[in-house]
Ligand binder design. Sequence first.
Ligand code: ADP
Ligand code: MG
Length: 570
Amino acid sequence: MKTILSYLRPHAPRVAVGVTIKFTAAVLELLLPLLLAHIIDDCVPTRDLAAIRQAGGLMLLMAFGAAFCNITANRMAAWVSMDMTRQLRHDLYRRTLTLSQAQMDRFSVSSLVSRLTNDTYNVHQMFDKIQRGGIRAPMLVLGGLTLTFFQAPPLALVQLAVCSATFFAIWLVTRQGIPRYTKAQEAVDTVVRIIRENASGVRVIKALACQNRERARFTAASCSARQTEETAGCVMAAANPLSDFLLNLGLVLVVLAGALLVNHGRMASGQIVAFLSYFTLIQTATLGLAKLFVKFSKGVASARRIEEVLLSPEGQPVRCLPEERPDGPELGMEDVSFSYLGVEKDLDGASFYLNKGETLGILGPTGSGKSTLVSLLLRLYDAGQGLVWVGGQNVTALSREDLRGRFGAVFQSEALLNDSVYENISFLRDLPREDVIAAAKTAQAWDFIQAMPQGLDARLDIRGANLSGGQRQRLLIARALAARPDILVLDSADSALDYRTAAALHAAIRRDCPGVTLVVISERVASLRDADRILVLEDGVITAQGRHDELLEGCRRYRRMAELQMGGLK
Ligand code: ADP
Ligand code: MG
């Protein structure tokens, strides 16, 4: 909570002014019933019109003053909480972007999104409501009770009892209700997710004729959403009637007890009216206070979730290990093992070397650890054991910017932006248009870009939906090439390209980017046959490595794949 509170510090002067204004408003509100009692008890019986006018005028002035003060202070509270939440969201977003891949996996993307949206909103609400009601409500309750206590202790006790009951009743109801509403919200999220999945996968659903199953899935989710909403609604339905009932009960008790006191000559009748005003004031403030507590506990829980991300250790520091060789290979691994979850090894004892400008091919079935190997080269994860070399240095001795600046990479699941073709290739790097065009030409994307109505400035739909799979892949390759990287990683980047385009792509990269070190992951032998070194991966283990012809001779599995895919050995 300390970190989140520190976001309030720069706004301390504004908060102090706001609190002072709220304080003034509360004092004015507390004085009003006293003036009312004065008019009824002192001025009305003597028919002193001048005094009535004077006191009435003063009451009006005070009521206006209180309203004005409350509006001003509420606006200030809104500004402060908006400003601090904006800064908090900004910092949280920046931290999210710098989380290591392992931290990302641990938090999960959906949880990070909800921390950035729901949790920052809850913190905003907490600070806003505390500034608005945190001073006013307790002051009205305590001030009201104290003032009535000095005038008629029995009535003050009645008020105290009723408002304590109200506080606990509302607190209990909302505490029970809010988790149910959260559940209902989650159920609605599920319904939305199913609708989205169905809308985007409508072709597959129709093709596989599973409309009925999808309809059943939707109905089940929708029914569950309705049920959770119903239970939440049932609990919360008690809140307002209960508080109204307690307010009415209190008013009746105050009038009854007051009438008894008046009868015994221990109280003036005007005071009953003042007490009724106080009681309404106290009761409303109590309600506000109970709701404030709920907002507060939600806000604190959210603040903790945000702090968890903000205070997570800055992953992967630069470390110069003693075993670091000044002149390692351009790219390589030495007995590297790695496990995502620490259970079984997803990469086991990997070793290979590659010189600058050479091509590394990685071949292996799905799940064999091809992407994992590349993730370790990019230091998206730290290898559990062994050494990883990039640009002649141990990756742990390179800063994140240094390391990632050398790479251009295309991964399997990358999204295109709902923006122009140029922006999708330049990708927030403000690259010159000539570079973007050159990259598009190398990536075999220029022909279809030119054929689009506005060429480079043509707009893509969300996730590039107006392009074919192969066109999307070529745009992503152009994006990876555009900043002229030293090392280019293509992770199954040609899976949607026909053999001829894939071959033209590989030839163009070699022709247009001399000196680039290439890492090509593919399930096609044809894409790898010209590589200087091909790694054959199985279950996280490099079972064979060498050139195409060497592997054809020495690796049975490779030969079989080549036979199956190319129909001959060549
Ligand atoms: P490939 O790219 O060869 O298809 P991967 O390198 O993606 O395979 O995956 C290798 C293994 O690691 C698989 O068993 C996969 O389930 C596991 N794996 C991949 N990514 C993660 C992750 N983020 N968390 C846990 N396990 C993972
Ligand atoms: Mg993969």
